[in-house]
Design a binder for this molecule. Structure first.
Ligand SMILES: NC(=O)NC1=NC(=O)NC1=O
Length: 171
């Protein structure tokens, strides 16, 4: 057996609680989710950590979504700042062609329409999606009832959190 390599999960398991929580927070700013996962350590392998993360995010409550949305820049707006969440947001929104003026205008308009309708920022798991796919989803979701859309937003937040966690532990 070769010398065992210290995996990211091993390092995570041996962190003190605050450090573990701080590592998780850029995935989603929901205290309960970060604390639950930090307190569920040690994890035997990445798969079990990701499964626990998925479970702890199913679903996020309305209050948790509210708190987390404060940290999500609008789609089409490049998150500023050097902190981890901004970098994650920029890479997730990389599929949006920032130079296409028509797309940019449509996203600005769509975001405004969504915020007028639902009173919060439009949230979508942007990674892997083009601007036209995002715009189509936005327009489709404008027709949702408040209850339907609350469930969709919570699910998108879950997808973003788990994707970000995968980026840390299973890059
Ligand atoms: N308003 C948003 O949907 N923001 C974001 N979606 C992502 O996938 N990353 C973001 O920052």
């Amino acid at each position: 057996m070769s010398a065992t390599t210290v995996t990211a999960v091993d390092a995570f398991n041996s962190m003190d609680r605050d450090e573990a929580i701080a590592l998780l927070r850029p995935c989603v700013d929901v205290d309960r989710w970060c604390e639950e996962l930090a307190d569920a350590r040690p994890f035997v392998g990445t798969e079990l950590l990701l499964a626990a993360a998925e479970l702890a995010a199913s679903p996020f409550t309305a209050d948790e979504v509210e708190q987390a949305l404060a940290h999500h820049p609008r789609i089409g707006e490049r998150a500023t700042g050097a902190h981890r969440e901004a970098a994650l947001s920029r890479s997730e929104q990389a599929g949006i062609d920032q130079t296409d003026a028509d797309v940019a205008a449509a996203l600005v308009e769509g975001n405004l329409a969504y915020e007028r309708r639902f009173g919060r920022v439009f949230l979508i798991r942007a990674a892997g999606r083009s601007a036209s796919e995002i715009l189509a989803a936005l327009n489709e979701r404008l027709g949702n009832s408040d209850a339907e859309e609350a469930a969709v937003v919570a699910d998108q937040l879950r997808q973003i959190a788990v994707l970000r966690l995968k980026g840390i532990f299973a890059p």
